[in-house]
Design a protein around this ligand. Structure first.
Ligand code: SF4
Length: 320
């Protein structure tokens, strides 16, 4: 039985049904829109394209994580709602809160992020998304305690990490609110949506003609261009090798468990476990004890950053 046609037909349909709970996302500005690049969000809303099946499958991983967490929170007897929609009283601005906990001392918002590998610190987009939700919730409930956290879930590794300590921050909310208004203006044809470059530009489908990505043309000596080309090629090979290494590593550890030493043919295989240890949450320290934070800062040595890759225009031309 060939399952490929089933995947190709069913995954887009499943994704459409799951997204239906969020309403027509082209008709309002949501929290993930506000946290993202305005130009990219504008183009996604104006010219929506269905992502590839592989991307939709990755999105489904997020829904799977939320489904699992729902079972866990229910088993724990927690009092909460899921996918809570908060709407602005006058403007087409909304947000959907993954989990809203009702605690004796107030409300707690949880934004879930499904990841492959838990980062050391939350990404700024995650924090912006959460801050926007906290701000919208504050508009709805002007009184009472409101807090929030980002829950990063790595289903492959079976790891969960809560980045906590967030409270509504009026200054951040006003900044995000102005971004939302800018997007509304862009969608109403009053201004052009601003590009906002970030690490995610590498994954952006609208990179090819993005003004923020425009580079001045500088002719290089032939030998320097050759070295740059070689560097870009090796870097691409390295990225592919690292991706494969990560999945092979997981397969091996799934077999050996956290502790193993053994020789197999010409290979010595050894696995050990580094126990979890406490570390300082710099973002929380800065938020709770700003004076202490400035006292413990130390200078970081600078270095030269080199980035060489095929231009987005070149990639588009090759793909065409
Ligand atoms: S390339 Fe970066 S700055 Fe340009 S639209 Fe995409 S995300 Fe925005």
């Amino acid at each position: 039985m060939n399952l490929t046609p089933i995947f190709e037909a069913a995954i887009p349909e499943m994704s459409r049904r799951q997204s239906a709970t969020l309403g027509d996302r082209t008709s309002y500005i949501g929290s993930s829109d506000v946290a993202g690049c305005p130009r990219k969000v504008y183009l996604q809303k104006q010219y929506p394209v269905l992502p590839q099946v592989s991307t939709l499958l990755k999105f489904a991983r997020g829904h799977a994580a939320e489904w699992l967490l729902e079972k866990i929170f229910t088993a724990a007897g927690a009092v909460y709602d899921t996918q809570v929609e908060i709407s602005h009283p006058k403007l087409p601005l909304r947000c959907h809160i993954d989990f809203l906990f009702y605690q004796p001392d107030g409300l707690h918002v949880v934004e879930v992020k499904s990841v492959s590998g838990i980062p050391d610190a939350p990404y700024p987009q995650w924090e912006d998304q959460l801050q926007y939700q906290l701000g919208m919730l504050r508009l709805q409930y002007p009184k009472g305690d409101i807090s929030g956290s980002v829950l990063a879930v790595d289903l492959n590794a079976g790891e969960v990490h809560q980045f906590s300590g967030y409270r509504p921050d009026e200054e951040t909310f006003q900044y995000l609110f102005s971004k939302a208004l800018h997007l509304l203006d862009a969608l109403n044809g009053m201004v052009e949506a601003d590009p906002c470059p970030s690490l995610l530009c590498g994954l952006c489908s609208y990179r090819g003609d993005c003004p923020a990505m425009a580079m001045p043309v500088v002719p290089l000596p032939a030998e320097v261009e050759m070295v740059a080309r070689k560097y870009a090629e090796l870097n691409q090979t390295k990225a592919a090798a690292e991706k494969e290494l990560k999945s092979l590593r997981q397969e091996l550890i799934d077999y050996t468990g956290g502790s193993f030493r053994g020789r197999c043919g010409e290979l010595d295989l050894s696995v050990s476990t580094v126990q979890p240890s406490p570390s300082v949450d710099a973002a929380l320290l800065k938020q709770l004890f700003p004076d202490v934070y400035t006292q413990v800062l130390k200078p970081r040595y600078g270095y030269q950053r080199l980035e060489v890759r095929r231009s987005a225009r070149q990639e588009l031309a090759t793909a065409a």
